[in-house]
Design a binder for this molecule. Structure first.
Ligand SMILES: Cc1cc2nc3c(=O)[nH]c(=O)nc-3n(C[C@H](O)[C@H](O)[C@H](O)COP(=O)(O)OP(=O)(O)OC[C@H]3O[C@@H](n4cnc5c(N)ncnc54)[C@H](O)[C@@H]3O)c2cc1C
Length: 451
């Protein structure tokens, strides 16, 4: 029988993605106690070049680095198999780690519509490398899903026919409303712009490693400047049947049949919650499969925290809600470090300010997109809401969501420069009832009202 290496640390963090590494980096600021990272792979993800568009809305680069590059911590390369929460021990495939506080940042895995090799899910650098290797030979592919990954792929892929199958009546429904989708409709069939694209997250991987994915996962021959592109969007339907003979045959619920080289499944993720608990204990799991955490990022198991894609918050604030995004993985990772530390030293603490406002900075079809607060009136009673919209075709799409005279959300597409004003209006809960005619008037400098 092989013996397991035994290690002890005050703080143990599992997972070398953005949540785990952000947690580790923040813990180092709080404490000189021993911090240990358990990473499945020797490549971890580091957030760099954080750029703030407002006090809270940030974009950043992500670099894949060797785990050796993190200073002043211990680490183990291994997969966590089980936890004995009574003894405070984590078991990996090759070691036994005693902890005082433990944080699970194990991420999530894409849901696949089936597990045939002609259905591809993108989840780590390895799957993206495989995708790129077969893409070069493909003439037609079918993408199913309507979130950020599908939208990004449709825009970034060139020189290929794409059938984009979505269950909604407009594209990119996770982020856009029907009006914004209409604004982008002219661009679905256009080739990726090579200039004028706002700065995006960037991911630098290391050769030969198989790690979690970072933002600029799309690069390679088919992501270039080839002009021959055709996108067919199949709205309000889904896949009924897939089979393969010479080519992959996909039958849709609307009766249409397509043949393609392969299918990309981008239909959401399943949190990696499959860590066994000993002593007959179980994590409380939310309906979406995430491990439930309270406002202190604590799971139901004492001294075990969770952050990033693996967790589901059982709280939300007035203008913040959870979405499985890079920015939230970072936010939660950093905050869980604070929670672990203050719980360990038994001191009170407040929730982080960053959870006061949902923010997401991204880029769709070459346009900067900033989403703030309840940008799609999420959870609001529609009869209490008013929308202020300004659209300049090919230039900008701006929408403010007002509830009872106060701005509660904003969707800013293009270079509107309104993000700071919107953030202030939301956070300060300013009544704008008398300003609604002026708020989006490009000839009025609304900041003057608040000076
Ligand atoms: C193709 C793709 C494109 C995306 N595009 C965007 C985008 O444009 N913008 C955006 O905001 N978000 C995007 N996302 C989502 C974003 O990647 C995630 O929200 C974010 O990476 C979550 O970070 P995390 O640290 O929680 O998990 P991950 O980054 O997945 O890291 C989890 C880590 O835990 C490790 N692990 C898992 N189980 C164990 C175990 N038992 N033991 C030890 N280690 C383990 C894994 O190996 C991995 O290293 C995209 C995701 C994908 C797949």
């Amino acid at each position: 029988m092989s013996t397991l290496e035994e290690i002890e640390a005050t703080y143990v963090v599992v997972g070398g993605g953005i949540a785990g590494i952000s947690c580790i980096e923040s813990l180092k600021l709080y404490t000189s106690d021993i911090i240990l990272l358990i990473s499945e792979t020797p490549t971890i993800k580091i957030v760099t070049n954080v750029k703030y568009h407002t006090k809270l809305a940030a974009e950043f680069d992500v670099e894949g680095r060797s785990v050796h590059s993190i200073e002043n911590i211990k680490y183990i390369i291994g997969k966590v198999i089980s936890i004995d929460s009574l003894a405070h021990i984590v078991y990996t495939n090759n070691s036994k780690v005693k902890y005082k506080k433990l944080c699970l940042c194990t991420g999530a895995t894409p849901k696949l519509i089936n597990n045939q090799n002609y259905v591809i899910g993108l989840r780590d650098t390895h799957s993206v490398e495989y995708f790129q290797s077969i893409l070069g030979h493909a003439k037609e592919i079918l993408i199913i899903g309507n979130g950020g990954i599908a939208t990004d792929l449709v825009y970034k892929l060139n020189g290929i026919k794409i059938i984009w199958v979505i269950k909604d009546d407009h594209i990119s429904s996770h982020f856009l409303d029907a009006g914004a989708a209409e604004f982008f409709s002219d661009y679905v069939n256009t080739t990726q712009k090579q200039s004028g694209v706002v700065k995006r997250h960037r991911y630098k991987g290391e050769e030969g490693t198989r790690a979690a994915l970072g933002p600029d996962w799309h690069s390679g021959p088919m992501f270039g400047n080839n002009k021959n592109k055709e996108v067919i969007v199949e709205y309000m339907t889904t896949i009924e049947r897939i089979s393969k003979n010479e080519r992959v045959k996909v039958e849709l619920a609307n009766g249409k049949i397509y043949e393609c080289d392969f299918v990309v499944s981008a239909t959401g993720v399943v949190p990696n919650n499959n860590i066994e608990l000993k002593n007959n204990e179980h994590f409380l799991i939310a309906p979406d499969g995430g491990i439930k955490v309270n406002w202190k990022m604590e799971t139901n198991i004492p001294d075990v925290f969770a952050a990033g894609d693996v967790c589901t918050t059982d709280w939300k604030s007035e203008h913040w809600f959870q979405m499985r995004l890079w920015s939230q993985a970072r936010q939660m990772g950093m905050y869980s470090a604070k929670c672990m530390y203050f719980t360990h030293i038994k001191e009170e603490f407040y929730q982080d300010f960053s959870f006061e406002l949902f923010t997401h900075v991204t880029c769709f079809f070459g346009f900067k997109v900033i989403l703030l607060g309840l940008y799609n009136a999420q959870g609001l009673n529609k009869k209490d809401c008013e929308l202020l919209v300004r659209v300049t075709k090919g230039h900008e799409y701006i929408k403010l969501v007002l509830e009872k005279g106060k701005v509660v959300g904003a969707m800013l597409i293009g270079n509107s420069d309104l993000e700071e004003m919107c953030e202030n209006l939301i956070l300060n809960k300013i009544d704008v009832t008398n300003l609604t005619d002026d708020l989006l008037d490009p000839n009025i400098d609304i900041d003057d009202y608040f000076d």
